[in-house]
Design a binder for this molecule. Structure first.
Ligand SMILES: NC(=O)c1ccc[n+]([C@@H]2O[C@H](COP(=O)([O-])OP(=O)(O)OC[C@H]3O[C@@H](n4cnc5c(N)ncnc54)[C@H](O)[C@@H]3O)[C@@H](O)[C@H]2O)c1
Length: 509
């Protein structure tokens, strides 16, 4: 059974709800209303289908996706035929990859970007080590090589809200994937200007989008990118549930007890960037409550890798990959450090534990969620990871693969931790919705993806680009405001480290 086979028109963005729909409740399920009828015995909630107007008014819970001819079977469940998906932030690492991925599966893709990311990276004296084409060339290559037509507009979603409105009105997306934010914790900690710029861009861009969706496409699902970093790493070891406490969670205090079920779990962000994501969470949650919007808030783990079949097809189709202190993510940075002879940098003890997911697996998750829109008014957080590792474990993995498969002399160092964070802590996270509810299966093996990155990074072109910008790798941005490069604390004995790691640090593979 496909994960969304029994979903009904109640979830479908092609529906126009009519009749006696008079409730607004975040997270409420249509099932609770299914049986309600008025005095004349008619169902209270009625709907019209924008794609099949000929069927007139009907009960939206009476037709399931597997019965509707507009929903066709695809590799990630039933998918709405030619579904219109708008990707905000389409020029980015994930946005461009998703555009080609969805385009290849028959979705009608449109997108918006203002090239902020290209500018931010340039400002830090860095560059994407995988060279990427200009947008016009990307679009032409997508058309020429993959037959994918992407409707693109250069729009700043915060500064040019009217233009975004016009574009949304023109396209009438049935799903909006919102990647268009600044994704960097260190960048938000540089100084007041950067912190303000990040929060303004992220929080106000999203807030404006919510109003625009309410006015123009309230039935479309919003797939909004948050981050696992919103939760922090509670030192008590309290599990990181998926956005909300489970039904049977209780608070005991002062000989009294309360149910916590359904309440948002506490957030403990650890940078001004993460704070912007927490603010987004509350804004999305409220918008679903006030206006009956529907949203997935993806608490995404750290992404690694650079491969999907589409981006690997041709140089003009590649997606960006950054390795500098602000915009590089840890596994990608370790491989680049290994290639350029910089000992892999552990911050402090290097025992921070985080959730991770490969680029290609993240694309599968996004597709499955696009295909299973939340119910009207429903806000649902989803923890999007496929494994949990300590940073030390990842350094050992990269070192082992680099040495064994590629003959590189790799070292691991501990450096001062420029962040304010626990560098050794318990970590328990639930990530059950994607596999259990949405049918996600991890396809990418961590070791294989690391090896694939080594192969790419060791090509003459990419290796030269890493060398050109290696000065941007070692952190200089301290949460405390200090302005200097971090210093080495210790060079680790690699053999001993790998031995210990094998015994200790395989948390969840
Ligand atoms: N990459 C990761 O490991 C990771 C992990 C967790 C969450 N996320 C989140 O996923 C999203 C995408 O991440 P990414 O790695 O692809 O980042 P990215 O910077 O490569 O992509 C974001 C894109 O949005 C664009 N953008 C930013 N502000 C904009 C604005 N105001 N108007 C129009 N376009 C704008 C940027 O130019 C960029 O192309 C971000 O929201 C990020 O916070 C990423």
């Amino acid at each position: 059974m496909e994960h969304n086979g029994k979903y009904t028109c109640w979830n479908c963005p092609a529906i126009d709800l009519a009749g006696k729909v008079d409730f607004r409740a975040c997270g409420q399920s249509g099932k609770q209303f299914e049986k309600k009828t008025d005095a004349s015995g008619e169902t209270q909630i009625l709907a019209e289908c924008k794609r099949r107007p000929e069927i007139g008014l009907f009960d939206p819970m009476s037709i399931s996706f597997d019965e509707c001819p507009e929903w066709i079977k695809g590799p990630c469940g039933y998918q709405l035929r030619n579904m219109r998906v708008m990707i905000l932030g389409i020029d980015g690492y994930l946005g461009w990859t998703l555009a080609l991925w969805l385009g290849g599966m028959g979705y009608r893709v449109s997108g918006v970007d203002n090239y902020n990311r290209r500018e931010w990276v340039k400002e830090r004296g860095a560059q994407t080590i995988v060279p990427i084409s200009r947008m016009n060339d990307r679009l032409a290559a997508a058309k020429e090589l993959l037959g994918i037509d992407i409707e693109f507009r250069q729009i700043d979603i915060f500064e040019q809200r009217q233009r975004l409105r016009e574009f949304i009105e023109e396209v009438r997306p049935e799903a909006v994937v919102h990647y268009a934010e600044c994704p960097s914790a260190p960048y938000s900690m540089i100084d007041a200007e950067h912190a303000i710029a990040v929060q303004k861009n992220n929080v106000l861009g999203t807030l404006g989008l919510l109003f625009t969706m309410k006015d123009l496409v309230p039935e479309s699902s919003l797939i909004k990118l948050g981050t696992m970093g919103e939760y922090g790493t509670p030192l008590t070891g309290r599990p990181l549930f998926e956005g909300m406490f489970p039904a049977d969670a209780e608070l005991h205090w002062d000989n009294r007890q309360w149910s916590l079920g359904g309440e948002l779990i506490p957030r403990d962000p650890h940078s001004f960037y993460h704070v912007s994501k927490v603010q987004d969470t509350f804004n999305c949650y409220e918008a679903c409550k006030y206006w009956w919007l529907r949203s997935f808030d993806i608490m995404q783990g750290v992404i690694f890798g650079v491969h999907t079949d589409q981006v690997a097809r041709d140089n003009r189709l590649r997606t960006r990959l950054d390795i500098d202190e602000c915009f590089g993510t840890v596994i990608n940075r370790f491989v680049a450090q290994a290639v350029t002879g910089i000992p892999l940098t552990l911050y402090g003890q290097g025992k921070q534990i985080r959730g991770y997911i490969a680029l290609r697996d993240a694309m599968q998750c996004m597709t499955r969620l696009i295909n299973a829109p939340p119910e009207p008014g429903q806000y649902a957080a989803v923890n999007q990871i496929s494994g949990i590792y300590s940073v030390r474990h990842l350094a050992c993995k990269v070192a082992q693969i680099g040495q064994k498969n590629f003959g590189l002399p790799i070292q691991i160092q501990r450096v001062e931790n420029p962040r304010v964070e626990a560098d050794e802590h318990p970590f328990e996270v639930l990530y059950e919705k994607l596999p259990k509810q949405f049918g996600f299966e991890t396809k990418v093996d961590l070791d294989e993806e690391i090896a694939r990155m080594f192969e790419l990074f060791l090509t003459d072109e990419v290796r030269a680009r890493i060398e050109q910008r290696k000065h941007a790798i070692i952190p200089r941005t301290w949460w405390s405001g200090i302005k200097r490069q971090v210093e080495q604390l210790e060079l680790l004995n690699l053999e001993a480290e790998i031995r210990d790691d094998e015994q200790l640090y395989t948390i969840n593979e």
